[in-house]
Design a binder for this molecule. Structure first.
Ligand code: UT7
Length: 322
């Protein structure tokens, strides 16, 4: 069986930073409330002319710049997103075309905030199966395009961004056992509304917005992620002390603190992206990991437990050795 390893990482966010002061100007809120209830200080929003595929392309270019590699022999592109430029073609096909990657299969993963972790699990599986050797996994979103800016309970949470990793066949196993699961009954607690006719019938108008029951998702996240954190350690035969970094999906700093409380894992060993980037859904884990790597915190050989959770409700996780 072939082994797999993460060999490079890149990221991208739009140029436009959006402060909490902006939300003070459009909804009834305060910077103090947003920081104390979510941890978020800033997030980035795409312009009207900027889309998820643009962020994917930038993240892969950043990966190639930081971890030089040829894209010629990439044989699969997996893009985790719930905010593709359009439902079809897939983002993966757009990236294959825009980056001129000649020999790659292309597939989008639709698992919301758990999408990047699902992509990683799938990439490992494809390499273990011997059918693929060099896979790009991207988590990318432009959530600002589906944010309801009149909803004071959610609009300040979301940000846009992309993170990309390269997963390659390797001599040693650097991506461990995984967990995947879903609590589909929680679907109504966090969803993206569907397509609707506009009131005049013509033309068809897209009214897609994120709708969230924050309190319910919060509780589900803390309970599920704490249990799956322990599950992942057991499946990998590792103790908590052997984990150098924990990278949960960055939905809310208080959720992360509650998971650390519940599991006993030290908060200082968490990599998060919520404070500076908001909740970027499938991009939040690779963005947090990227900043850990680029800042020099994460060293080669470190063991990193990744756990994504969110819309579905779905979750997935694994442990990688950097
Ligand atoms: O990424 C996918 C997964 N998503 C998540 O995991 C999100 C999980 N949920 C959350 O992060 C949190 O539930 C929120 C950040 C969405 C909300 O925080 P909360 O601490 O759960 O607030 P709450 O809904 O319990 O509301 C507390 C109070 C309410 O006032 P009262 O009823 O106590 O007087 C709200 O009306 O905060 C009020 N509130 C606000 N106040 C100022 C709600 N939104 C705001 C706001 N500014 N923007």
């Amino acid at each position: 069986m072939a082994y797999a390893r993460v060999t490079g990482i890149g990221m991208a966010v739009p140029a436009k930073a959006v402060s909490n002061a902006y939300f003070e100007s459009i909804i009834e809120t305060t910077d103090e409330w947003i920081v104390s209830r979510t941890g978020i200080q800033t997030r980035y929003h795409a312009t009207d002319q900027e889309f998820t595929s643009d962020l994917c392309v930038k993240a892969v270019k950043d990966l190639v710049e930081k971890f030089p590699t040829s894209l010629e022999d990439v044989d699969m592109i997996l893009v985790a997103t719930v905010t593709p430029d359009q439902p079809m073609p897939s983002m993966a096909c757009r990236i294959q075309f825009r980056l001129d990657i000649p020999n790659a299969g292309a597939l989008d993963v639709y698992a919301a905030c758990a999408g990047f972790a699902y992509g990683l699990v799938m990439a490992k599986g494809l390499i273990a199966g011997g059918t693929h050797k060099k896979i790009i996994v991207i988590g990318a979103e432009t959530l600002s395009k589906v944010t309801d800016f009149t909803d004071r309970t959610s609009c300040m949470l979301f940000g846009d961004g992309a993170g990309a990793v390269l997963v390659e066949a390797s001599e040693t196993e650097q991506i461990g056992a995984s967990i995947t699961g879903a609590s589909g009954e929680g679907g109504p607690d966090l969803y993206l509304s569907g397509f609707k006719d506009n009131i005049d019938g013509l033309p068809l108008k897209m009214t897609r917005h994120i709708v969230q029951n924050g309190r319910r998702v919060f509780k589900w996240a803390v309970t599920t992620v704490s249990a799956e954190f322990k599950n992942l350690l057991e499946k990998n035969n590792l103790s908590m002390e052997e984990i150098d970094w924990f990278v949960p999906h960055s939905a809310n700093l208080r959720i992360i603190e509650a998971i650390c409380n519940e599991t006993g894992f030290p908060m200082e060993k968490v990599l998060e992206s919520i404070v500076n980037f908001g909740n970027t859904s499938s991009a939040s884990i690779p963005i947090a990991l990227y900043n850990g790597v680029i800042s020099g915190k994460v060293k080669r050989g470190d063991k990193i437990l990744l756990l994504g959770f969110g819309g579905g409700l779905a979750y997935a996780g694994t442990i990688i050795t950097w």
